[in-house]
Design a binder for this molecule. Structure first.
Ligand code: HXC
Length: 269
């Protein structure tokens, strides 16, 4: 993987799960990172881990739903590290509920975190990059149900679809400033947040696992690696794209005939 030495990134929801793993991967590659989240303790744990590995990180507590708090975070990042090169929109909120039981406030909470939060952060970082005249990159963590839809997560699916459309729109609009915007769509990934929201019981967990042709969940570190790649100059010609990393889940399972036996005679998963 290409070095990110000297680069500075903001990772939202950076205290736990995919955000924390991504922040630490960026630090490992030489970048300095601000982790933004609502709870300060996990953010400070990520900063401590970054510093133990010889890197630099800043914990900033705030809510991505609040444009003023986001601007404060971008300003604090520039004050501490002298610049900013990009953003990882990872903060998310989610729960599974039948749409007919979703309250106006439940819809608003998820759409505000996922879509408005991504916009607040992207516009604050984008404006800063444009003013400074420096190129940059934004990676937003979405989900394949942004384009397939998914029952029980109408709020999250609609919001993630909005993030994909936002990224594609700005990929064209901001190409002249050298700002690239891409998305990553992870499948089920071993994080506490997603687990609690989407597969809380053992039965749900096994059902989700059975839906993945690769036969396993993804890891936060795998998503962190892909994010680092998309932020790096190795992906310099990649913009407006969505990279799916879901073990084949969104492609579905074999439904015609029987699962094919492999050459050792064991049934394929
Ligand atoms: C129905 C629910 C609910 C549930 C909350 N609400 N949980 N409704 N079923 N399980 C409703 C509440 O009743 C309330 O509406 C409204 O949502 C707002 O709830 P609050 O708790 O007041 O809001 P807030 O504190 O802002 O919390 C936001 C949240 C919360 C989204 C509800 O869960 C959160 O902050 N989560 C962050 C972490 C997270 O969810 N991570 C998972 C991301 S995984 P009323 O009407 O009662 O006021 C992910 C992966 C996707 O996104 C792809 C996987 C493949």
């Amino acid at each position: 993987m290409e070095s990110l030495q000297g680069r500075v990134y903001l990772v939202t929801g950076g205290g736990t799960g995919i955000g924390a793993a991504t922040a630490l991967r960026l630090v490992e590659l030489g970048a300095s990172v601000t982790v933004l989240g609502r709870r300060v303790e996990p953010l400070e744990a990520v900063v401590a881990a970054a510093e133990r590995s010889g890197g630099a990180a800043l914990a900033h507590s705030g809510d991505v739903r609040d444009p003023a708090a986001v601007q404060e975070c971008v300003d604090a990042t520039v004050a501490r590290f002298g610049r900013i090169d990009g953003l990882v929109n990872n903060a998310a909120g989610n729960f599974v509920t039948p749409a007919e039981r979703l309250s106006p406030n439940g819809w608003r909470a998820v759409v505000d975190i996922v879509l408005n939060g991504a916009w607040n952060c992207t516009s604050a970082v984008g404006r800063r990059l444009i003013e400074a005249g420096t190129p940059g990159a934004v990676v937003s963590v979405v989900a394949t149900y942004a384009w397939t839809g998914h029952p029980g997560t109408v709020h999250s699916a609609a919001a993630k679809a909005g993030v994909v459309a936002m990224s594609k729109s700005l990929a064209v609009e901001w190409a002249r400033y050298g700002i690239r915007l891409n998305c990553i769509a992870p499948g089920p990934t071993t994080t506490e947040g997603a687990g609690a929201a989407l597969w809380a019981s053992a039965e749900d967990h096994d059902r989700v696992l059975a839906s993945v042709p690769a036969g396993r969940f993804g890891t936060p570190e795998e998503i962190g690696d892909l994010t680092a790649f998309l932020l790096s100059d190795q992906a310099g010609y990649v913009t407006g794209s969505v990279l799916t990393a879901d073990g084949g889940q969104s492609l579905g399972r074999q439904v015609y005939g029987s699962p094919v036996a492999d050459i050792a005679g064991t049934a394929a998963r």
